[in-house]
Design a protein around this ligand. Structure first.
Ligand code: R2B
Ligand code: URA
Length: 311
């Protein structure tokens, strides 16, 4: 069936460019993207990245390399896997691979780590004059009340109070930003998942926390000051508020891609590794863990191929 959501097919109108909302940038002679080991004077960013249409970000460097190799194969690009090189090899903070119009980047764990990467990525897309870009986070998460291995497509990222907002401390103020994601893109991804029948996929809210242990109501950290009852009460309230999974980057990802002047559709697609109503520890056999982590990659590669008219 013909894709309804087609950013790559729409004309390259001005709103399709990646904008930065910072008046200071214009007066800078050079912009060094320090954590990516790239810069406007040292690299020809439009030549290197101008044709990028899909940016996929995920926590682990190895997983994002595996995704790049997978996309290289799926897009039937020339050359072997050895041609997929880490563009950010000069730094070990993040890794980055480009396969045709697809950029694959790692962001590490947690809000501060992904936020630094996104500042530099958004400037990179702007300097490179990229047009009609879609940004997708593919990751892992803990599920609430759903079978492990389910892929959750986020409609709204919420904070630990189940609020659809991200609080950014700027100087000594708190600035509250919206965390809504592109509903059409989420629906399009869900439709795409229906053509891959071997794993469950659903749309739900994703809760983003500042910590993996106490911050996600786990009883198995080095510190824990609450009871099993309090934990379950919290997670069940989250479920009733529409939360289906918990991870550590979605609110700032949604806020930065959505409201900070970036007219770019963005999505968060995470597989769940466990049901937090049942347990806290991740005890999946290695091969099951690997297969689960491939699920968001399969879905996104199918979506990208559809968008590019390759079926
Ligand atoms: C999911 O998995 C990581 C923690 O294990 C974190 O980066 C996240 O969001
Ligand atoms: N990632 C998280 O942030 N939480 C989990 O429970 C699993 C993966």
């Amino acid at each position: 069936s013909a894709p309804q959501y087609s950013p790559t097919l729409s004309p390259c109108v001005r709103k399709g460019f990646v904008h930065v909302k910072n008046p200071h940038l214009d007066s800078m002679e050079e912009d060094i993207l320090y954590h990516l080991d790239l810069g406007t004077k040292t690299h020809d960013l439009p030549a290197m990245f101008g044709d990028v249409k899909f940016v996929c970000v995920g926590g682990s460097p190895n997983r994002m390399k595996a995704f790049a190799l997978f996309m290289h194969k799926e897009l039937e690009l020339e050359g072997g896997g050895e041609d997929v090189k880490d563009i950010c090899a000069g730094t070990d903070r993040y890794c980055m691979y480009k396969t045709g119009p697809v950029l694959s980047i790692s962001h590490g764990m947690g809000i501060p780590s992904i936020s630094i990467m996104l500042h530099e990525l958004i400037k990179l897309l702007h300097h490179a004059r990229c047009c009609d870009v879609t940004i997708i986070r593919i990751g892992t998460s803990g599920g609430i009340g759903i079978v492990p291995g389910t892929v959750v497509i986020t409609d709204t990222a919420v904070d630990s109070f189940f609020k659809p907002q991200f609080e950014q401390v700027i100087l000594d103020n708190i600035v509250t930003r919206s965390t809504e994601l592109d509903k059409d893109l989420a629906e399009e991804l869900l439709n795409c998942s229906k053509e891959i029948s071997n794993f469950p996929t659903l749309i739900g809210h994703t809760m983003c926390t500042y910590d993996f242990y106490e911050g996600q109501g786990r009883l198995d950290g080095a510190l824990c000051s609450f009871s099993r009852e309090k934990k379950l009460d919290y997670l069940k309230r989250a479920y009733r508020a529409g939360v289906r999974n918990i991870e550590m980057e979605s609110t700032v990802f949604a806020a930065m891609c959505g409201l900070c002047g970036l007219k770019v559709p963005a999505a968060v697609v995470c597989v769940t590794l466990l049901d937090r109503l049942d347990c806290d520890q991740i005890n999946l056999p290695h091969d099951v863990l690997v297969e689960y982590q491939q699920r968001p990659q399969l879905l996104i590669s199918k979506f990208i191929k559809q968008q590019l008219g390759l079926h």
